[in-house]
Design a protein around this ligand. Sequence first.
Ligand SMILES: Cc1ncc(COP(=O)(O)O)c(C=O)c1O
Length: 353
Amino acid sequence: MSLNIVEATHKKAKPESEKIPFGRTFTDHMLVMDYEENKGWHEPRIVPYEPLTLDPAAMIFHYGQTVFEGLKAYRTDDGRVLLFRPEKNFERLNLSSDRLSIPPVDEREVLGYLKELVQLEKNWVPSYEGTSLYIRPFIIATEPSLAVAPSKSYKLMIILSPVGPYFSGGVKPVTINVEDKFTRAVKGGTGMAKTAGNYSSGYQAQAKAVEEGNNDVLWLDGVEKRYIEEVGSMNIFFKINGEIVTPALSGSILQGITRTSILELLRKWEIPVSERRISIDELYQAYEDGKLEEAFGTGTAAVISPVGEFNWLGKKMVINDHEIGALSQELYDTITGIQRGRKEDSYGWTVEV
Ligand SMILES: Cc1ncc(COP(=O)(O)O)c(C=O)c1O
């Protein structure tokens, strides 16, 4: 399909420092593409960023038929722009869409359009340390109908937002509350999909955790409230007695692209690693035995977010004296080094725009 480009006549001012609040500034253009039952996905176009007009009965507003993705474009020291494993995001977009009964897109084709969009907005990719251009592809159901059934029409859009460093002044370990009342997802539900309801249903637990002095929530499984799943918008890893453990993909957690990359690095480095069920009791026991050496969350936003403390039913687990661990630091430096073009990408993870 040919991509139509309509250039914005009015260009917005770009942020002039690295202090850019997350997800509040958007670039001059966006990608839009429509789906209709008898036409499939059609009319890909890059147009000036502008509000949408939707019928109040559009199905997205009523039953939440929507999916999204999150990835970043990074500026290298020599001025190039790199994407990190973007094909994995479109693969996961289709996985999420499948779960939400949304028709799949042609992954390669949409990645091609994204590259065109980022190319057009190249000057929006900031270069300050730790900054990047956040990319948000998403699909919404647009059919005006209150029927409880999959929509017959959809809109795919990609918007871009320059973002500041996740950690200002160096990586800082976070404090996490182990949630014992609310549940994020259950096997057979939508936990493995990146869809809106998974996030808004976590707000209450998140607010409670923050009120009690934590930064985020660690979710346990929805049935027994025993097995560790993931953190707010990150997967979780532990270093226990020299071995790296992360919860296996059970159907209720997101298959993070950072998670996959960390696992690949650890295996390459021949560090013992296992993807398995791990209960909160086992974690606490490891802590009491002095074997819980490091813990870190992984995700596009922070890359590696070391955990300095877990709070669980009034008990505290302080990890590595609230300092980032050596392995967490090495993983952080390796991934950010590849993303910024400072370390050799021997894995073929980066895609130049
Ligand atoms: C629920 C959840 N888990 C994990 C992740 C980490 O995934 P990724 O490494 O692909 O950013 C994210 C972020 O996208 C998320 O929203």
